[in-house]
Ligand binder design. Sequence first.
Ligand SMILES: [Cu+2]
Length: 211
Amino acid sequence: MIVQGTLPRWMGFLWALMGFPYVQTNMICLFERYAGDISWRHSELPFSNYVIRESRSRPKVTLVARMAASVGNYDYIFDWEFQTDGLISIKVGLSGMLMVKGSPYENLQQVSKKNDMTGPLVSENVIGVVHDHFITFHLDMDINGVDNSFVKVNLEKKKTVPGQSPRKSYLKAKRKVAKTEDDARLKLKLSDPTEFHLVNPLKQSRLGNSI
Ligand SMILES: [Cu+2]
């Protein structure tokens, strides 16, 4: 049984204590997650008789802030996951009900033009419609202040001078600071691995790196 929305807080608490679920608006849930991963491990090269190894002893526990949004037939689950190494990852999960439409067909054998189907038959007379979901994030970053730059770092293949090295080519990291918003537009390509950095060029670390 689900009570929608507007229960006073104490009643909702009592309700939950009795084991009944209820909906509270504008809430997120916050929890630690251990998914069985390790945060760090290492086996040192065996230069001596001693094997120096640390593994399985540091579990990767992350802090997750989760929001679930029910939109029509779907429930989107947004997980902001904070890791101990400083990494923040965002995962979007989709649950709820499939988007379907009716079909005169009960079996694919009845379909003469299979390419005209808008999706697979998921049951008799029911098509699961193939479509896209676009999730857009507006990230307003403040890295050590508001004066931030967006940097693309690509690996570029460079050829060595003939006779200079047994190697014919090498990889060079090329940094490009986006001057305009248009400059910062990008298309992700698996064939062109790229790092994206957000830095404050006005602040430097002890080593002179922008932070
Ligand atoms: Cu959908």
